[in-house]
Ligand binder design. Sequence first.
Ligand SMILES: *Cc1c(COP(=O)(O)O)cnc(C)c1O
Length: 399
Amino acid sequence: MNNSDWITRGEAVFAGTYSRFPAAIVRGEGCRLWDADGKEYLDFLSGIAVCSLGHCHPAVTEAVCTQAKKLLHVSNLFYTEPQTELAELLTQYSFAERVFMCNSGAEANEAAIKLARIYSSSAGRYEVISLSGSFHGRTLATVAATGQPKFHKGFEPLPSGFVHAGFGEPEAIEKLINDKTCAVLCEPLQGESGVRPLSGEYLQAIRSLCDRHGLLLIFDEVQTGIGRTGSLFAYEQCGVVPDIMTLAKALANGLPIGAMLTRTKIAAAFTPGTHASTFGGNPVAAAAGVAVLKTMLAEGFFADVQERSTYFIQRLEEIAQKFPLFCSGVRGRGMLLGVVLTDHGIAQGTAIVQRMFERGILMNFAGMQALRFIPPLIVSKEEINRVIEELGQVLAELG
Ligand SMILES: *Cc1c(COP(=O)(O)O)cnc(C)c1O
């Protein structure tokens, strides 16, 4: 079976939700992937910021195999060792004291929204303010929270109780606050809409608005969390601590898991029966999560990521300066980096990604704004150099 066989078979049976690269991936190791035709790729997508320790990281593979031999699933009617250990690590290394586990980012955000509502229900508050350009998931509530009309189209009526404020304007948030508002939901750095960081001052302004009006501040760290921005959580770099934080993507390096973290006082609004997940915090996924956290928490891990991030940013800036027709700048943090495109560059965004793919480099075009680079955090300088070289050649070809 080669790529084209898998594509033919897949296209005959899948719902039409994805436009996929024309490759069937069969194997991965570190930052590399191989397809069914035997072609090798350098992966600067990481399964959309998921495989942050690289493909088939030995500690994760070992944890998964060991746990799979012991116990796959028992439901949350029982306690399990991996889930407990994962929650202990998450609370030990964050502001949070309590964890609810689920299976995806959207579900983690659903849990956060439900918690914010039930916590505020006695005061009659339920409305959530999120930001334009945000991305929070594909369930109906998280799509309603997502501040991009293109994700709403065709799915109306959306659940009510969600409003969106202009990006970068604390005053726009303040104007939307009323006696029904219960929370502000935002990503410390918007990944999907083109790698847009929220400045420290902006986040601090949001924090103080929440404090002044008695609102919960929810950080969606589904993409930024678990090391992506060069610290375990992005909030650590912003000087702002949220009340609720959601995680998913990289938490188990590829197994489906999500988590909603908060403080004891807020978590107390959830009582037995108010919220649940059959699979949430599944022993195998949780064991992988424990292995991920232990690996990232090892001495020097993040200093090393930041050092290579600084190098990558510098190399991307060289490209941006060399090709001003296409590029207007570089932004992002850690290993969540974007080359912002000019109008000319935007018109070529899809073609750039396509040509990089042909050259065996996986990356994407985020939010019709920026070329996004989200390699495994373990990416080497040599691998970064290769991507820079190929990108330079592609831009030279297209220019
Ligand atoms: C990917 C993502 C989600 C949705 O996660 P799923 O696991 O696809 O449901 C939510 N928020 C942010 C910021 C994301 O990047």
